[in-house]
Design a protein around this ligand. Structure first.
Ligand SMILES: Cc1ncc(C[n+]2csc(CCOP(=O)(O)OP(=O)(O)O)c2C)c(N)n1
Ligand SMILES: O=C1C[C@@H](O)[C@H](O)[C@@H](O)C1=O
Ligand SMILES: [Mg+2]
Length: 637
């Protein structure tokens, strides 16, 4: 056997350089690069290996482990899971910082290779700096916290274990049904240990991402269900994007007059202006989509996980009469809601179904166009919301008095409404720009209001809705598509939680644009608590003496080296956006927006929460009673 003597870390880097994917006839390297923050746990093993020979891997120094992993996740998601970045961290706190990001990748089914260092395999020394020392087992390290959040997890304590481990990790990451985070923890001493590796291990390895075909039985069953239905409705999930099923889905929908509604992950698979696209579904959905869902007698879920918040899947539909047909590469997802499962690729399934439905047409008739037109009037209204100091009626009603809203207008020196600002942005930036968001009130506004006219330009992380993904993720977008303008849509709360990769973007001259909506508080959670009958408790950003905080985020951005703007009117905003577009460096536009000016829910948008069963507040009591009512018709599982 021909062998080559390498350290474990050198072998790992050599292997990463030889992984390719093959999709629809195209073949290209799977691993684009590696993010790193070096500590004592990885600087000598990984650091040395990367310095000696990185191959084609791009090396990017991160600023926070969670942030750089978020950037890697966004890269992979934007690349439709065809390419990844790896992420290496030191042991202990460095790897602990990966936990939130691993959860984000897992919830969204995004492949990313996490490579945290681990404690010494030799236990010399023990305990090492940053080792937690769990009393009941010396074998437990911080990295065990990543186990429940990884789709594949392994600990390498001997150099030769690397081979079988990496083959498994890549098999998982390149499987459309299982794609998610693969975590390979390497003991920090083992990173530097040498072994005579079989040279065959380093030969070019091609991972074929084939399209899983539906069976005849599945196609016949699906055809029967659709033909028997009067008003079928397609729920477009993220799987539609990953399967690149846009054209076949449009043909299917047009030919049989079947409306589409979108999840956050599925939005921008098909352009918003497509005649049968009724927009977002669920709690954060449009009036049009939710009205159509209330009437539907067959829900065709395509590549969707049916998370309750994004689709209102447990309460919106009529479970007595509505049937479900799920098309999904994941058997687990296809089984949901007692659906007829088609465990197959979305594009191939539509291509096969189109000729089988010849002669069919839904009974939606002109209703699709009518619902869409009605919604566009509502959207237009939301683009023109203007504040006044006497009798302003915000979208989120009966929470803050006029006096309190005026207090905000004075403290933040603004009269700008969130929906007005958001739609001004939608009107001004180039249609092929990519926007990203993850948490707060903005995802709801975006799912309802944002019009995406170019495929794959709407990037929402709403599987985990992880605050802090927004700015970090924008760096991932820019790495995925360097020619496009990329925009973070982010609330002040999320910005404060994590924006360290803004600096990485500036450092590597990857231009990103941060659009910061500052309403001085955790706005959507404040809405939730007040909607549920509580007071405004600890969600506003106020000082000890009850003053609204007015933070100069533009100054913070300037301090990092970004070009910053303050825009508190639509005119200032449009001017700033135009100027930002022409900049070579990263930008931040700070907008002070009034609380309670985000969108509210429409028909059917209720979700089950932990409403208190007893309380001394009448409003809280009422929401609990409403819950009891709602649960009567909700799907129990
Ligand atoms: C890491 C993380 N922690 C907590 C939450 C819960 N959470 C969701 S939205 C939110 C507040 C968001 O505030 P902000 O970004 O200012 O947006 P706004 O709702 O004010 O528009 C919180 C605390 C979360 N989604 N992610
Ligand atoms: O709890 C939450 C409520 C949602 O409104 C918000 O968008 C999301 O980030 C969240 O975590
Ligand atoms: Mg806020």
């Amino acid at each position: 056997m021909e062998t080559v003597r390498l350290t474990t870390a050198q072998a790992l880097i050599k292997f990463l350089n030889q992984q390719y994917v093959h999709i629809d006839g195209d073949e290209f390297p799977f691993v684009e690069g590696i993010f790193n923050i070096f500590g004592h746990g990885n600087v000598l093993g990984f650091g040395q290996a990367l310095e000696q020979d990185p191959g084609h891997l791009k090396i990017i120094q991160g600023k926070n482990e969670q942030g750089m992993a978020h950037a890697a996740i966004a890269y992979s998601k934007q690349m439709l899971r065809k390419k990844i970045y790896a992420v290496t961290t030191s042991s202990g706190p460095g790897s602990a910082n990966l936990v939130t990001a691993a959860g984000t990748a897992l919830a969204n089914n995004i492949p990313v290779l996490l490579l945290p260092a681990d404690t010494y395999a030799t236990r010399q020394p023990d305990p090492v700096l940053q080792q937690v020392e769990q009393e009941h087992s010396i074998a437990i390290t911080t990295n065990d916290a990543l186990k429940p959040l990884s789709r594949y997890w392994d600990r390498i304590t001997r150099p030769e274990q690397l081979m079988s481990s990496l083959i498994r990790a890549f098999e998982v990451m390149t499987d459309p049904a299982k794609a998610g985070p693969a975590t390979v923890c390497i003991s920090q001493d083992v990173e530097g240990e040498a072994f005579d590796y079989d040279v065959k291990f380093f030969e070019k390895r091609v991972h074929y991402i084939d399209r899983k075909l539906p069976t005849e039985r599945e196609l016949n069953g699906a055809t029967e269900l659709i033909k028997a239905s009067k008003k079928p409705l397609i729920v477009v999930g993220g799987g539609v994007k990953y399967s690149e099923a846009r054209e076949s889905l449009i043909e299917f929908s047009e030919r049989y007059n079947i409306p589409l509604v979108e999840t956050q992950a599925g939005k921008s698979a098909v352009e918003s202006s497509f005649i049968n696209n009724l927009g977002g579904l669920g709690i954060t959905g449009t009036q049009a989509a939710n009205k159509a869902a209330l009437q539907a007698d067959l829900i065709i879920g395509v590549g969707t996980r049916f998370t309750d918040f994004a689709t209102a899947s447990k309460t919106l539909f009529n479970f007595e009469t509505t049937k479900f047909l799920n098309i999904n590469v994941s058997r687990m997802q296809a089984y949901k809601l007692d659906a007829f499962p088609v465990v197959a690729d979305a594009r191939t399934t539509f291509e096969a179904l189109i000729p089988m439905l010849e002669g069919y047409t839904s009974e939606f008739g002109d209703l699709i166009t009518e619902l869409k037109e009605e919604w566009l009037i509502e959207r237009d209204r939301l683009s023109k919301v203007t504040f006044n100091r006497e009798n302003f009626d915000p979208e989120i009603k009966n929470h803050f008095s006029q006096e309190k809203l005026n207090e905000y207008a004075d403290a933040l020196n603004t009269e700008l409404a969130q929906t007005t600002a958001l739609l001004a942005i939608n009107d001004t930036i180039e249609p092929d720009s990519i926007i990203i968001c993850a948490a707060g009130s903005l995802p709801g506004d975006l799912q309802r209001l944002w019009h995406s006219e170019v495929p794959n330009t709407y990037h929402l992380e709403y599987g985990y809705s992880c605050m802090g993904y927004e700015v970090s993720g924008t760096l991932g977008l820019k790495l995925a598509d360097p020619t496009k303008e990329v925009y973070t849509i982010v609330g002040d709360g999320s910005f404060l939680m994590l924006h360290s990769e803004f600096i990485t973007a500036i450092q590597y001259n990857k231009k990103i644009n941060v659009l910061l909506f500052d309403n001085s508080g955790y706005g959507c959670i404040n809405n939730l608590q007040m909607d549920s009958g509580n007071g405004s408790f600890n969600c506003e950003f106020r000082t000890d003496d009850n003053q609204i905080m007015n933070i100069d985020y533009a100054k913070v951005a300037e301090g990092y080296g970004a070009k910053a703007y303050r825009a508190n009117t639509v005119e200032e905003l449009k001017t700033a956006l135009e100027d930002a577009k022409n900049q070579d460096r990263s930008t931040l536009i700070e907008m002070k927006v009034l609380p309670k000016t985000m969108t509210d829910g429409y028909d059917g948008s209720w979700w089950n929460l932990g409403f208190p069963e007893v309380s001394n507040q009448e409003g809280v009591q009422k929401t609990f009673e409403l819950k009891q009512q709602k649960l009567k018709n909700a799907k129990q599982y």
